[in-house]
Design a protein around this ligand. Structure first.
Ligand code: HMG
Ligand code: MG
Length: 302
């Protein structure tokens, strides 16, 4: 299959990137960072989570962050929504997309949302119908698609059943999560080949964590299958607090460099992206994991 000429980079840094950080990034710094990401040309941004602040204290300021988003650029804004309470908060915040999330494995589901897979799927089905009827688009994450930190291998037919149920309920896109970064090009190939028998490439996105360094290689397999939406976090920040050993997402700066190097359009300015990365690293008192942040720190960015 021809590679897509354009890829939507779905920036999850302000959500997935921050939810696992030990430090709380100050609300005004979150807002400033989101404005810098918008300036860099990011078109799809997951800005926070409308989950329980007791479960994810790092994002307890979601409502405040959403009140200060740059709304004049046509950016699609999303946040995680675990239940009707979260959906109501997303509505109040006038977000474009509610991002629901569930696991393909029972133990991760219990640890992450305090519910098993079947009740979570039933609840999300109803929530999706309510959200769509109210004019909100719904995107769904399926976690542990390529492996579970508690249970190991996950059956692709379980993933297919969850994805088809959610698409039928009105979800417009399913993002396949490699929550703990165990996927390989070969397993990515196997999962995509299997799902694409029933699902169109335009209905799928890839959400690869880079724990073992294979995320970019896996995304190339995605490109070969026509997947044109890829989730990433600037600098490679991130991880799931309820998945031991989970490292950050594939780094947006590395992904964008690879795509641009392959003449795939993203609409993102790499220099401004690097500035946004340097800003958040400084505010978090950390060093980013991305290769490109080191290239820029070494002065070889241009
Ligand atoms: P629960 O304790 O079973 O919920 O948690 P509950 O309904 O019994 O409510 C307990 C308390 O939470 C109540 O407050 C509710 O009001 C409050 P209290 O009366 O005790 O003061 N609450 C809320 N507050 C604000 N907003 C809400 C909300 N809902 C309840 N929406 C729940 C169930 C789902 C809420 C909880 O487990 C939770 O918040 N989990 C979120 C966990 C999370 O965010 N994990 C990380 C994201 S997933 C991920 O990273 C994977 C992903 O990146 C893809 C991948 O990599 O694979 C997406
Ligand atoms: Mg994730």
């Amino acid at each position: 299959m021809e590679w897509p000429m354009q890829v939507t980079v779905w920036e999850v840094g302000p959500r997935d990137g921050l939810q696992n950080e030990a430090a709380f990034l100050a609300t005004e710094d979150k807002i400033a960072w989101i404005h810098m990401l918008a300036d860099a040309g990011v078109s799809h941004l997951e800005v926070s989570s409308f989950v329980s602040p007791r479960w994810i204290p790092q994002l307890a300021d979601a409502d405040e962050v959403c009140a200060h988003l740059p709304r004049d650029r046509g950016i699609v804004y999303a946040a995680l929504v675990p239940n009707l309470q979260g959906l109501e908060r997303a509505r109040q915040a006038a977000l474009d997309v509610a991002a629901i999330f569930l696991s393909a494995s029972e133990t991760h589901s219990q640890r992450n949302i305090n519910k098993g897979v079947a009740p979570a799927l039933a609840q999300y089905r109803a929530l999706t119908e309510t959200a769509v009827a109210g004019g909100m688009r719904v995107r769904a994450y399926i976690s542990t698609v390529f492996g579970c930190p508690y249970e190991g291998e996950v059956d692709v037919d379980t993933v297919r059943r969850i994805a088809l149920t959610l698409l039928e309920a009105g979800v417009y896109e399913v993002s396949l999560g490699d929550t703990i970064g165990v996927a390989t090009p070969r397993s990515t190939e196997a999962v995509l080949s299997s799902l694409l028998r029933d699902i169109r490439p335009a209905q799928l996105a890839l959400h690869m964590h880079d724990t073992r360094g294979a995320a970019l290689a896996n995304l190339v397999v995605g490109l070969q299958h026509g997947i044109a939406v890829m989730d990433s976090s600037l600098g490679g920040l991130g991880g799931c607090p309820y998945a031991p050993g989970a490292a950050g997402n594939v780094a947006t700066d590395d992904l964008v460099r690879m795509l641009h190097g392959c003449s795939v359009v993203t609409g993102i300015d790499e220099g401004l992206l690097a500035k946004a990365g340097a800003f958040v690293a400084e505010r978090l008192h950390t060093t980013l994991a991305s290769k490109m942040s080191r290239v820029y720190a070494g002065g070889a960015g241009s």
